[in-house]
Each structure stands twice: as structure tokens, then as C-alpha cells.
Design a protein around this ligand. Structure first.
Ligand SMILES: C[S@@+](CC[C@H](N)C(=O)[O-])C[C@H]1O[C@@H](n2cnc3c(N)ncnc32)[C@H](O)[C@@H]1O
Length: 256
């Protein structure tokens, strides 16, 4: 994922809704005083720093590939909380007590290999906590894929969630194979009441639409958003408020 498409302002428009899964995932962690915590795909680092405080970790390292996100995260860096540019698809650490990743793994493929590397980064007794969206089959995402195909043809980027994210039971088996005998994997539906269908477009501009934005000139992107909005209205009708159920997979495992 290119770093240049992320817009921290747009992403934070729905900060409360996006934050709940982060804390649900954090709730699965068994806190260990002084733990070495790594947050992969840490975004603007605000939640990384809060997580560090809440679980009483000894050190936290946030990794992200977006220079826009990291510029914000760096403002929050303090002695034991640091941030670095990096690619979570190839990242490998060592001696970590907690490898945490909220809403980032879906951007990369080969989850077996990637989670294998994250597992190798853990110290004995280490914990892995990962959340990925699984909403690719909602109209919001299907329409995005459809309009992208119409506008970009063969260059239309595939929906990474549809392509990369697996079923909950597959993650459970994968975690087991990686040595996480103790685990918790669940599919959770988050219910969001957005102001109206237009707000759904703003939601999508903050995340999934980035994969199209990075391929288009600004005027082409503007026209893409208009076409997406029109198609959403055709498919869903104008709804005020708009009830947006959003499926996510939360997984946690602990090594012996
Ligand atoms: C949806 S945001 C989530 C941010 C943060 N984890 C949170 O919960 O607020 C996804 C983040 O993953 C980062 N990301 C996407 N692909 C990445 C990659 N290959 N390596 C590192 N970071 C990546 C993006 O830059 C973005 O900051």
C-alpha cells in the first residue's frame, strides 16, 4: 500500500466507530507489566500510545508504511514509545511480548506467511492480537469494486479484503498451526448509525477508496467519487440515518 493515499483527517472523521474494534481487540490481551509491544500498521500512533499506557507496557514500537500517518505518530513519540517506517508484509522482529495489529493486515496478502513471521517475532509466552475487516460483501464495497472496474478496466485494484482476508475458522486453524493453542477468534458485527448515505461515501473515502485514489489524478478521483456516490444512491436509495453493519474478525493467541 502506498503511503501517499492515506489522509489522516479523512480517516479520523469516524474515529469513534473505528476505535471500538481496537479496544475490543486490546481487551483480549493479557496485560504483562513491562511488556514489549509492537503495533503493526499503527496509523497516526494515537491509539498505540494509549494502548501502551493502558496495559502498562515497558516499550512500544509502532510500524507504518505511510509517511503521512507517521508524521503524526512522531509527535506522540516519547522515551519508551517510538515509531518507524516499515512494511508489515515483510516485518520481522524478535523478543516481542505482544504483536498487535488493528485494521492493517488486510492490506497485505499471504496471511499464512505474514502471521508466521509475526509469530517468529514473539518471545516465549508471547501474544498475537489482530483485527481485520470482513465486510467486502456489503454494497459499500461491492459498488466500489464495480465502479473501479468500469473506470479502470484491467487496472482496477482488487478489494484487498475480498482477496486477502480469510474466514474466522481458517484463522483459528492457522493460529493453531503456528503454535497458538490458547486462542480466541470471533466474527463481530459492529453497528454504525451514520447520518445518511452520503456519510457512507465519506467513510469509504477514509479507507477502501484509497486504493483507487492512488491510481488517479485529482480530477479523475473527484469524478470517481461522484460516480460512486450516484451508484450507492441507486443501489441503497437515500437513507437518513443510514444503518451500517460492519463485520470484523478479531483474533488473539498466546504461545505456551
Ligand atoms: C485502517 S488504518 C489503521 C490504523 C491503526 N492501526 C488504527 O487502528 O487506528 C491502516 C494502517 O495500515 C497501514 N498500512 C497499510 N499497509 C501497510 C504495510 N504494508 N506496511 C505498514 N503499514 C501499512 C496504513 O498506512 C494505515 O496507517
Amino acid at each position: 500500500m502506498s503511503g501517499t493515499a492515506w489522509d489522516p483527517e479523512q480517516y479520523s472523521l469516524f474515529a469513534d466507530e473505528r476505535e471500538q474494534p481496537f479496544w475490543d481487540l486490546a481487551g483480549l490481551i493479557e496485560p504483562r507489566a513491562g511488556a514489549m509491544l509492537v503495533d503493526l500498521g499503527c496509523g497516526d500512533g494515537r491509539l498505540t500510545a494509549e494502548l501502551f499506557d493502558r496495559i502498562g507496557a515497558g516499550r512500544a514500537l509502532g510500524i507504518d508504511s505511510s509517511s503521512e500517518m507517521l508524521a503524526r505518530a512522531d509527535l506522540l513519540a516519547r522515551g519508551e514509545v517510538t515509531f518507524a517506517l516499515g512494511d508489515i508484509s515483510t516485518w520481522r522482529g524478535s523478543g516481542c511480548d505482544i504483536v498487535f495489529s488493528n485494521a492493517a493486515l488486510q492490506w497485505v496478502g499471504d496471511h499464512g506467511e505474514v502471521l508466521g513471521r509475526w509469530r517468529e517475532s514473539l518471545a516465549p509466552g508471547g501474544q498475537l492480537a489482530v483485527q481485520v475487516p470482513a465486510n467486502w460483501d456489503h454494497a459499500s464495497h461491492l459498488v466500489l469494486a464495480e465502479v473501479a472496474r468500469e473506470r479502470l478496466g484491467a487496472d482496477a485494484p482488487p478489494d484487498p479484503v475480498a482477496t486477502n482476508v480469510r474466514r474466522p475458522e481458517e484463522y483459528s486453524a492457522l493460529l493453531y498451526a503456528l503454535g497458538f493453542k490458547r486462542q480466541h477468534v470471533r466474527l463481530q458485527v459492529y453497528t454504525h448509525l451514520l447520518a445518511d448515505t452520503d456519510a457512507l461515501v465519506e467513510w469509504m473515502k477514509g479507507t477502501s477508496m484509497n486504493r483507487v485514489k492512488r491510481l488517479l489524478q485529482p480530477d479523475e478521483y473527484e469524478s470517481f467519487v461522484i460516480a460512486y456516490k450516484a451508484r450507492i444512491l441507486e443501489v441503497l436509495g437515500y437513507q437518513r440515518p443510514f444503518f451500517y453493519p460492519f463485520k470484523r474478525i478479531l483474533m488473539w493467541g498466546s504461545l505456551a
